[in-house]
Design a protein around this ligand. Structure first.
Ligand code: 9WO
Length: 240
């Protein structure tokens, strides 16, 4: 997977992505990160990339041409037109399903706006997908782009050391994850649930499944209508 990020703050993207699991994946060549500074494509001698909004109003708008040239600099090396994702509160809300769909692409382009946004004409020209990560307003699209790249990267083969760990997780079967415990066995008088110390794998599996169902009912009941439940699961759900 290769990510191209068009941004006025490439160092923010690089510093965020070089940490932890995504950082290792970049080092190991499992994912590639190309952060493109839109300012490098400024078309005036002052390197200015924003201007006042037509019609008046607060703040500044990123001009179309530097964004377009930055986009062209990456798309000219590609055989087909890439997906270009604009991070905006006006987009479709990002989900695990969307991450799965995007993880199969060879290359993705993220367009990060700042200030009061980007001239609509270049958005119409290059953007294929408007995506929001949730209903709040930020100062720019960089953090949402990193959120998306993090969620997508862990679905790319070889990025997680455990080949199966991407499957066994929250949203598998549309249920929340069961609680986890590690050493010590007693911490501040709180014991690890006895079943986990029993070595009885069938009981452990059943307990974890029931914890997932219980948590989903308590914390995200709206997920249950789409959950993959078998007869035993349904019986348990009725009992709680
Ligand atoms: C600010 C503003 C002020 C006055 C009039 C119009 C205005 N529009 C904006 C605005 O939308 N600014 C955005 C800031 C421009 C694109 C980058 N910005 C952004 C992205 N804020 N929040 C996001 C975002 C992206 C994805 N998911 C959640 C939030």
């Amino acid at each position: 997977m290769k990510y191209h990020v068009l941004t006025l703050f490439p160092e923010m993207i690089e510093n965020g992505m070089k940490t932890s699991i995504t950082g290792r994946a970049i080092e190991e060549g499992k994912i590639f990160l190309d952060s493109v500074n839109i300012r490098d494509y400024a078309f005036n001698k002052h390197n200015k990339v924003d201007d006042y909004p037509y019609g008046g109003g607060a703040g500044m708008v990123m001009q179309a041409e530097p964004v377009y040239l930055a986009y062209k600099s990456v798309s000219e090396h590609m055989d087909k037109k890439p997906k270009v994702i604009y991070l905006t509160p006006q987009g479709s809300v990002f989900s695990q399903k969307m991450a799965e769909e995007l993880a199969v692409e060879d290359e993705l382009v993220f367009l990060c706006g700042h200030y009061e946004g980007i001239d609509e004409r270049v958005i119409e020209e290059i953007v294929t997908d408007n995506v929001s990560i949730g209903d709040y307003v930020l100062t720019g699209g960089e953090l949402p782009a990193m959120v998306m790249m993090d969620a997508i990267s862990r679905l790319v083969p070889g990025v997680l050391n455990n080949e199966h760990s991407a499957e066994f997780e929250s949203f598998q079967d549309n249920l929340l994850e069961y609680p986890q415990y590690s050493r010590p066995e007693v911490w501040r008088e709180k014991r690890v649930p006895q079943v986990l110390m029993s070595g009885h794998h069938a009981n452990i599996e059943r307990w974890r499944r029931q914890q997932s169902i219980l948590r989903t009912k308590e914390r995200r009941p709206e997920l249950l209508k789409d959950a993959d439940l078998d007869d035993a699961d349904k019986l348990f759900l009725k009992s709680i």
